[in-house]
Design a protein around this ligand. Structure first.
Ligand SMILES: Nc1ncnc2c1ncn2[C@@H]1O[C@H](COP(=O)(O)OP(=O)(O)O)[C@@H](O)[C@H]1O
Ligand SMILES: [Mg+2]
Length: 278
């Protein structure tokens, strides 16, 4: 869909006084900008409602996601966070994290005939980022390879718009309706199929990290279903347990297999995973 070239709202321009800016993406009710200013480099996220089409119903909650994420980041004690409202929804400002995401970093492991093995140290960085959140009593709810940014000094876990664990202002809150289905634990998929909603948990985050490590290292989804399967069919395959064998070698492979256990109580905690990788 084409339209006018997107611009940053005035409130954000006033807050950051950008010296340079670049639109990173604009999809599904969410825009992300990389903004350079005298105070440093920031990610600016803008949310707007998704209108109904013949294929999907309207999704007004995408407009609230940046403010919800801003409130969560604030609650977690992150520095340099701001959030508020613009004409079409809400926005947030957060520090920009430089680096490739997990999926991109492990591209060489997935190349045809490749003998490059996924590094445990990279997996450990992702585990530490998620453990940092869990140790504060939160669940992320949307763990996926694109949400781990592998920096030079540490790995950052981004996109906290769906996280649960503390107070979120009522006006910016909305129910959890599942995440990217490839990373949904069976209990989440089952609940979304039954009621349209689910409760994000730390055990479901561990499953999602297992699925993220697997797909990034091998290119395979944790559960088998056709590429063009509807979300309902994908969720049914997850609930019915059509698991693929984990082909990652060594201790990392064994851990991924345990993280993908269908029963949440059989999965290791994120701290168990961290200890096993050190
Ligand atoms: N703080 C950040 N630092 C660097 N890149 C970011 C940051 N926040 C978002 N991005 C980039 O924008 C993409 C989308 O951001 P995300 O927070 O996942 O928003 P959403 O999925 O809600 O659109 C990320 O995959 C990443 O490439
Ligand atoms: Mg995201």
């Amino acid at each position: 869909m084409s339209g006018p070239t997107p611009e940053l709202p005035l409130v954000v321009l006033d807050a950051l006084m950008p010296t340079a800016q670049r639109l990173v993406l604009d999809r599904r009710g969410s825009m992300v900008w990389e903004v350079e200013s005298h105070r440093g480099r920031y990610a600016v996220k803008l949310g707007y409602p998704i209108e109904a089409t013949s294929e999907w119903p309207a999704q007004p909650w995408t407009a609230l996601a940046p403010a919800r994420e801003g409130a969560v980041l604030h609650r977690l004690g992150s520095d340099q966070i701001a959030y508020g409202e613009w004409e079409r929804g809400t926005w947030n400002i957060q520090p920009w994290h430089e680096g490739p995401d997990l999926y991109r970093l492990w591209e060489p492991c997935r190349a045809e005939g490749s003998s490059v093995e996924p590094h445990s140290s990279v997996a450990l960085g992702c585990v530490e980022a998620l453990a940092g959140l869990h140790s504060k009593g939160w669940a992320h709810g949307d763990v996926q390879p694109a949400h781990f940014i592998i920096g030079l000094e540490r790995t950052h876990l981004i996109d906290l718009a769906l996280a649960r664990g503390g107070h979120v202002p009522e006006g910016y809150d909305f129910p959890f309706r599942g995440c990217l289905v490839h990373y949904e634990a069976p209990e989440i998929a089952r609940s979304v199929l039954a009621s349209g909603e689910a409760e994000p948990t730390q055990a479901a985050d561990v499953y999602a990290l297992g699925a993220s490590l697997l797909i990034s290292a091998t290119g395979w989804r944790a559960v088998e279903y056709p590429d063009d399967a509807s979300r309902r069919v994908q969720r049914k395959a997850i609930v019915d347990g059509h698991r693929r064998p984990v082909t990652v070698p060594g201790e990392l492979g064994r851990l991924i297999d345990a993280m993908l256990s269908p029963a949440p109580e059989e999965r290791p905690t994120i701290y168990d995973v961290g200890k096993a990788l050190i």
